[in-house]
Design a protein around this ligand. Structure first.
Ligand SMILES: NC(=O)CC[C@H](N)C(=O)O
Length: 227
């Protein structure tokens, strides 16, 4: 089992993901996007960063790399795919997941710890938690406001495809605990199967005990659970 962490020009959280996965003894390697997916790929991380300097819209240019066609095919074959922050933006821009991550309501880059409520626990990414659990995970983005049209959001909610919502310490969601103005406090969503997920917060930054919290480990363990 090898998780391919796809590096685009401007990715900067690829090594963080590699270290966090190594700590969990999940085999992973960084793959330059122009080299294509290795044949033994059993999982895919679209890491955080500023691919192509966030030109046009964050993630929009990386979404056009030919490797994203391979990612789509692998995802359709059931290979687990996790998009983190800029990777979440790439995921939405390449239609792996629905909606878009747009400029924060504050119009500023925000770097802070937030609370997330686990909205369902029957996915590889959340099997380590219980539905309703609250985890603390950092955000670091300027374009993290989840946007989607109302009808489509209602369908996603009816299909139970919202994975995480921003909340307070007690798990209450609402406009006052919404760091970036995301619609319905959405912080992470599933694609058209449970093995495809994207989220704006950074689980790989709270996975090593040395950095003070391991709340994000369960999300990365999805690569084991999905096998
Ligand atoms: N940490 C990141 O991945 C940065 C995300 C993105 N480029 C933004 O600022 O919105």
């Amino acid at each position: 089992m090898t998780v391919a962490i796809i590096r685009f020009g401007g990715s900067n959280c690829d090594r963080d993901a590699e270290r966090a996965l190594a700590h969990l003894e999940i085999d992973a390697e960084i793959v330059w996007h122009e080299d294509g997916l290795p044949a033994n790929t059993s999982g895919i991380v679209l890491p955080g960063g500023f691919s192509y300097g966030d030109y046009l819209r964050a993630g929009a240019m990386a979404a056009h790399s030919p490797i994203m066609d391979e990612v789509r095919e692998a995802a359709d074959d059931g290979v687990p795919v996790l998009g983190i922050c800029n990777g979440a933006q790439v995921g939405c821009e390449s239609s792996l997941t629905e909606g878009a991550f747009t400029t924060n309501e504050s119009a500023r880059f925000q770097c802070e710890h937030v609370y997330l409520r686990v909205e369902r626990d029957d996915t590889p990414w959340t099997a380590a938690y219980e539905k309703g659990d609250v985890i603390e995970v950092p955000i670091a983005h300027g374009e993290g406001r989840y946007e989607i049209d109302d009808d489509r959001l209602a369908e996603l909610e009816a299909d139970d495809r919202i994975l995480f919502r921003y909340c307070d310490e007690d798990g209450k969601t609402g406009p006052d605990v919404n760091p970036n103005g995301s619609k319905h406090n959405v912080a992470g969503v599933l694609g058209d199967r449970k093995s495809i997920a994207v989220l704006m917060p950074h689980p790989e930054r709270v996975s090593l005990p040395d950095v003070g919290s391991t709340d994000g480990q369960g999300i990365l363990r999805g690569f084991e659970t999905a096998q």
